[in-house]
Design a protein around this ligand. Structure first.
Ligand SMILES: NC(=O)c1ccc[n+]([C@@H]2O[C@H](COP(=O)([O-])OP(=O)(O)OC[C@H]3O[C@@H](n4cnc5c(N)ncnc54)[C@H](O)[C@@H]3O)[C@@H](O)[C@H]2O)c1
Length: 289
C-alpha cells in the first residue's frame, strides 16, 4: 500500500473500499474493475451493454470479488442516480468513482454532423460525466477519503479533431479542472479528482457504434477523408497500451493525487505546441504530423 498522504490520511484504493466504474464491461473500464478487484476493493460495475456486463461481472465474482453489476445508461441522469443508490444499498459507501463510459461518432465536418450524433456523443461522453459528478460528488464528500477519475482523452488536450468526440473530451478536461478548483476553494483535502487522458489503448472502442441508440437516427455515411481518419485512429488503438497497463497508471495516479493522468508520452509535443500556438495566435496544427 502507498504511504499515507498528509492531506488525505487513508488510501482510497485499499481492501474493503468501494469503486464505481462506468463503461465497465469492456476496455479501460473492465481493466479498472479488474485492478480494483485485485486490490481487494468491492466493485460496482456499470454499463449499458447488458450481456457484456453480465459476463464481466461473472468473471470478477469467480475471482472472489464482491461485484455489483448495474445496467446503466450514463446519459440518463435518473439511471446514474439509481446507480449511486444501488452502490450505497449494497456496500454502504463509495470511495472511488471512474466516470469512464465513452463513444466515438463521426469524424467529418461538424456542420454535416446530424443532431442525433451530437446528442449521442455529447450525451454519453460529457453528459455521463456531468451526471456522475452530480450524483456521486456529494457522497464522496461524506467519506473519510475519496477520489473521482473522469475519462477524457489525449484528444481533450490538443487541437480539436475527430468531430463531436474531440469537443466532448475538451469539455471533460474543462469540467474536471473546474471540479478541482471547486474543491480547492471549499478547502476539501480528502477528495481528489483526476482527468484521465489516454493515448491509444487496445479496446473495443473502434466498434462503439454497437451501443448507438436508434433515436440518434441513421448513421452518417462517411466520405474517404473521414474513413481514413477513423481507420488511422483504429490502427493506433491496436498498437496501444493494454487496459491493465492503463489501470495501473490510474491507480498510481490516484495514490499520487495526480490531476492530469496521461498514459503515453508520444503526443507530449502536441500538448506543448498547442500552448505555444495559442500564445502566438495560431492556427492550430493538426495533431498528427
Ligand atoms: N481506446 C482508446 O484508445 C481511448 C483513447 C482515449 C480515450 N478513450 C476513452 O476511454 C473510455 C473507455 O473506452 P474504451 O476505449 O475502453 O472503449 P470500449 O468500447 O472498449 O469500452 C467502453 C464501454 O462503455 C460502454 N458504454 C457505451 N455507451 C454507454 C452508455 N451510454 N452508458 C454506459 N456505458 C456505455 C460500452 O458498452 C463499453 O463497455 C472512453 O471514454 C473513451 O473515449 C479511449
Amino acid at each position: 500500500m502507498a504511504a499515507a498522504s498528509p492531506s488525505r490520511p487513508r488510501d482510497v484504493v485499499a481492501p474493503g473500499r468501494v469503486a464505481v466504474v462506468t463503461g465497465a464491461a469492456s476496455g479501460i473500464g473492465l481493466g479498472l474493475c479488474e485492478r480494483f478487484a485485485s486490490e481487494g476493493m468491492h466493485v460496482v460495475a456499470a454499463d449499458v451493454e447488458e450481456p457484456a456486463l453480465s459476463k464481466a461481472a461473472a468473471a470478477l465474482a469467480d475471482s472472489g470479488t464482491s461485484v455489483l453489476p448495474v445496467v446503466t445508461d450514463v446519459a440518463d441522469r435518473g439511471a446514474v442516480e439509481a446507480l449511486r443508490d444501488a452502490a450505497v444499498s449494497a456496500f454502504g459507501a463509495v470511495h472511488v468513482v471512474c466516470n469512464n463510459a465513452g463513444v466515438g461518432g463521426p469524424h467529418g465536418p461538424l456542420w454535416e454532423c446530424p443532431p442525433g450524433e451530437w446528442d449521442w456523443v455529447l450525451g454519453v461522453n460529457l453528459g455521463g460525466v456531468i451526471n456522475g459528478v452530480r450524483a456521486f460528488m456529494p457522497l464522496l464528500l461524506e467519506q473519510d477519503a475519496a477520489h473521482m477519475v473522469n475519462t477524457a482523452s489525449i484528444f481533450g488536450v490538443f487541437a480539436g479533431a475527430l468531430g463531436p468526440y474531440g469537443v466532448s473530451k475538451h469539455a471533460v478536461v474543462a469540467l474536471t479542472e473546474t471540479l478541482h478548483f471547486n474543491l480547492q476553494s471549499l478547502g476539501v483535502a480528502h477528495v481528489g479528482v483526476s482527468v484521465l487522458c489516454p493515448g491509444a489503448v487496445r479496446t473495443n472502442f473502434g466498434t462503439s457504434a454497437r451501443n448507438r441508440p436508434s433515436w440518434a437516427g441513421p448513421p452518417v455515411v462517411s466520405g474517404p477523408a473521414e474513413q481514413e481518419s477513423a481507420e488511422r485512429f483504429n490502427r493506433l488503438a491496436v498498437q496501444g497500451a493494454s487496459p491493465a497497463e492503463v489501470a495501473a497508471i490510474v491507480v498510481d495516479g490516484i495514490r499520487a493525487r495526480r490531476f492530469y493522468i496521461l498514459t503515453s508520452q508520444n503526443r507530449d509535443f502536441a500538448v506543448t505546441r498547442r500552448g505555444e500556438e495559442i500564445v502566438a495566435g495560431g492556427p492550430p496544427a493538426p495533431p498528427f504530423p
